[in-house]
Design a protein around this ligand. Structure first.
Ligand code: ATP
Ligand code: MG
Ligand code: MG
Length: 817
């Protein structure tokens, strides 16, 4: 057996709400075999990994997996379970696994859970899968030389190396408890908490508000000492030396014993204690690197007080000598005298740190600190200040209660219990995603800066920042992580979601435009049910209390609310539709629900018995006087989404009137004029969209005046292309076919297939072939008569519009035809 590839889905995905790794496994020598074909296999595997005895499969209880091995199961399934078991053996707590047959014979997709906090770059999933393959093949072939214990030790070491430190872990855990989205950057301890303009960064007990100057001050013991002393803070007496003579002079002035430590460096590094003679001081000076501070070693105890956002959140007493870095510690948080707390808060503020470790030498932290008096030698005081202080001593002190300092940091970063989120909507469906997402973002943008992802790119506040398909998790992260953004609209593509999972955990609003047969056969979406499963994920990941905006005219979309995983009962459902008498709508309204519908030529917001007319269908931008029913449906969906995200009705309607489709949604029903011929540039690429567009053109121009230059993407399955060809054959007599996006097809293959299917439907047709988009456009314009309309299908709006402008195209007046 061999693992051919591993990819990680870092967000909720079609398999699981948590991250998973998906591996392609080739069975090779074990292809076609089952566990029952190898005598004694289950017993030998159980001896090696006794934990498998508890494994479940799907709905079964503990022990189900063993039963399956005994009746016979494939080795892909076994490898999946062994991988999960190996994970658990190294303390990587996961439980989910699934094995699905792939389209390739003898190959399986193994889906195994990954811990939420594991680095997205971690090599562990791949290493565990390889180890699982090794374990299964060795047990299958009874190889004596496989050393499981050794392998587990190696994996545990990898896991240890790639894990975050305890401080980072506590911040992540606290954020998750508070519902704050957290992302880890690669294998760093750098964390992004929250979204958009609520987004904050944290990195090893520093935040994006930790002053850089503060870090530099704290990093220099002498600068810190001076700054604090001049502010009247009692500091341990001492001074800086960069020659041995200076060090000895300081020693003579301060009196024995003294401490010598490097002027810069982490606490406890290069520190020499109990120095009683000039000789010892000289040696310590050299050992510390020749740039030191010399301090009086006062009697008393060492304390570390952790100040977070002007509050003392923990205090520990260092038990062992400070030369042992970190040392054993005892929690003394509850003993800190208010004077000491006040002093430490003042120290953190003076240095300029939002998170500071204040090190003190005091007789007792529970006693008051006398005011600084230059005429009296201090009995104790501040020794130094640490930026990015270690948190372990508070999280897991050797003595005394643990302090959840991660939570204190998160609370300080997100005051008032904020969960750091901004309004977010996801838009999915077969057709109209980009159109609805753009319109919804435009409606929201009246009052706020909006981040938008679509299949055309990423834009922030109306400006394109990234060109190209942006319907996957990376693009979602791009806008959610942008500190300028106040709300987001995410077009969520089916393919990108299957391949990469979602780039978010929850949205407030999920819009599902429609579900049809497009894309069948790609990415494992082999049936409409598979397709529904993907759209259901977007619906499922609308938060409790959030809004599902659903198309009442579409039977598959209607069915979503009945899927248990969607949990529609916990959400607000807002239907939209062109048929106001649909029973789903009437029942919903009778129950007091809200819907956006088309009634008597108006787009209407309906709640219970109340009807609020919003805009006439004839006035919807891009709907061509209401002839484009699909554009009216898209407008209803976008209005519902914008309203659900909190946009006021008046704002939404004013923005709707300003929406200029040629500018804001180019290439989707963009009408131009070349000479006496109208050209309708569009991106319809599946039977439903083609039918919708042809219906519109027929209404406006009449069927006999329509012709088209057609391309369809090569990654559609043959039967889907055939359906497209039938729609074209039914709606057009003059058609030019050309190759656009080949996506794995040979040149000419798709046009040939479409031509064949069109002729099978209507043998009298005479489709024309063209080699390129430009040739197709010229050919179709030659076929056109004055007053005709040409449907120019194109996957790239800019390119199509460029071609047309090159042929003298000008905008068609709003009245058209
Ligand atoms: P893609 O999957 O390519 O990203 P999309 O779902 O984002 O597509 P749009 O780009 O908004 O869809 O529209 C593509 C084409 O689909 C439009 O040009 C139009 O022909 C058609 N279309 C748009 N909205 C609808 C709709 N609600 N129903 C049917 N067809 C539609
Ligand atoms: Mg199983
Ligand atoms: Mg799109």
């Amino acid at each position: 057996m061999k693992i051919l590839s591993v990819r990680r889905l870092r967000g909720p995905n079609v398999y699981l709400a948590r991250p998973v790794a998906v591996a392609r496994l080739r069975l090779d020598e074990l292809a076609g075999q089952e566990t029952t074909d190898l005598a004694g296999f289950p017993e030998r595997l159980l001896r090696a990994l006794p934990g498998l005895a508890e494994h479940r499969c799907a709905a079964g209880g503990p022990g189900e997996f063993v039963s399956r091995m005994r009746v016979g199961t494939c080795f892909g399934h076994v490898t999946e379970h062994v991988c999960v078991e190996l994970s658990r053996r190294i303390g990587r707590e996961v439980s989910f696994g699934r094995t699905v047959a792939s389209a390739e014979p003898g190959q399986y997709d193994l889906v195994v859970e990954c811990p939420v906090d594991e680095s997205p770059d971690s090599t562990l999933p791949a290493e565990l899968l390889d180890a699982a393959v090794e374990a299964v093949t060795s047990v299958a072939a009874v190889l004596p030389d496989f050393d499981l214990a050794q392998r587990l030790a190696e994996l545990a070491a990898v896991s240890e190396r790639q894990a975050t430190g305890p401080g980072t872990r506590s911040v992540v855990a606290a954020a998750r408890r508070r519902g704050i989205p957290v992302e880890r950057y690669g294998d760093l301890g750098l964390l992004r908490l929250g979204w958009g303009n609520r987004r904050r960064l944290a990195w090893d007990a520093r935040t994006d508000r930790t002053s850089g100057v503060g870090v530099d001050i704290a990093g220099d013991r002498q600068v810190t000492r001076r700054l604090l002393a001049e502010a009247g803070v009692p500091v341990v007496p001492g001074g800086a030396a960069n020659t041995a003579e200076q060090a000895v002079r300081l020693f003579n002035r301060l009196g024995a014993p003294v401490v010598v430590k490097a002027r810069r460096g982490r606490p406890g590094e290069g520190i020499a204690l109990d120095l009683g003679t000039p000789d010892e001081v000289e040696r310590a000076f050299a050992a510390a690197g020749g740039d030191v501070v010399v301090e009086r070693q006062l009697p008393g105890r060492d304390y570390r007080v952790l100040v977070v956002a002007d509050a003392v959140v923990a205090a520990a007493e260092r038990m062992a000598a400070p030369s042992a870095r970190g040392g054993a510690s005892r929690d003394v948080t509850d003993r800190v005298h208010p004077d000491v707390a006040r002093l430490c808060r003042r120290v953190a503020a003076l240095v300029g740190l939002d998170i500071a470790g204040v090190d003190l030498r005091l007789a007792d932290v529970a006693e008051p600190v006398p005011a600084g008096d230059p005429t009296v030698e201090p009995a104790g005081g501040v020794v130094e200040v640490t930026a990015a202080p270690g948190l372990l001593r508070h999280l897991a002190p050797e003595q005394g209660p643990a302090r959840d300092v991660g939570d204190a940091i998160v609370r300080a970063m997100f005051p008032g219990g904020s969960n750091g989120r901004i309004p977010a909507a996801a838009v999915t469906g077969t057709n109209g995603k980009t159109s609805v997402a753009r319109l919804a973002a435009h409606l929201l943008a009246g009052t706020q800066r909006v981040g938008l992802t679509t299949s055309d790119g990423v834009s922030i506040d109306g400006r394109l920042i990234h060109r190209g398909d942006a319907t996957g998790p990376g693009a979602a992260q791009m806008v959610l992580g942008d500190p300028g953004v106040q709300a987001v609209v995410l077009e969520t593509g089916r393919g990108a979601t299957v391949r990469g999972g979602l780039g978010y955990d929850w949205t407030d609003v999920g819009v599902i435009t429609n579900i049809t047969a497009d894309h069948l056969g790609q990415d494992g979406a082999d049936s409409i049910e598979d397709r529904v499963r993907v759209e259901a994920l977007i619906a499922e990941r609308v938060r409790d209390g959030g809004t599902l905006v659903l198309n009442a005219d579409d039977p598959w979309v209607r069915g979503l609310v009945d899927l248990p995983r969607v949990r529609a009962d916990r959400k607000r459902v807002v239907w939209f539709g062109l048929d106001p008498r649909h029973p789903v709508l009437t029942a919903h309204l009778a129950g007091g629900g809200t819907a956006y519908l088309l009634a008597d030529g108006w787009l209407v917001q309906a709640t219970g018995a109340r009807r609020t007319p919003l805009v006439r269908a004839a006035d919807v931008p891009g709907a061509f006087g209401g002839a484009a029913g699909y554009a009216v449906a898209n407008a209803l969906a976008a209005l519902a989404a914008a309203r659900a995200l909190g946009t006021a009705q008046q704002t939404a309607l004013a923005r709707l009137a300003e929406f200029d489709p040629p500018r804001h949604n180019p290439g989707r029903g963009t009408l131009l004029r070349v000479g006496e011929v109208s050209v309708f540039v569009d991106d319809a690429r599946d039977p439903a969209a083609l039918a919708a567009v042809l219906r519109t053109l027929h209404r406006l121009w009449g069927a006999e005046r329509c012709l088209a230059a057609v391309t369809l993407p090569g990654d559609r399955r043959d039967d889907v292309l055939a359906l497209c060809a039938q729609v074209l054959a039914d709606g057009l007599t003059r058609v030019v076919l050309y190759d656009g996006e080949l996506r794995g097809r040979a040149p000419g293959e798709v046009p040939a297939l479409v031509e064949r299917e069109m002729l099978a439907r209507r043998p009298e047709l005479t489709p024309v072939r063209a080699g390129s988009d430009a040739q197709a456009l010229d050919a179709v314009l030659r076929l056109a008569q004055p007053g005709d309309v040409v449907l120019l299908l194109h996957g790239h709006a800019d390119a199509a519009l460029g071609l047309l402008h090159g042929r003298g195209a000008r905008p068609a007046e709003a009245g058209l035809a």
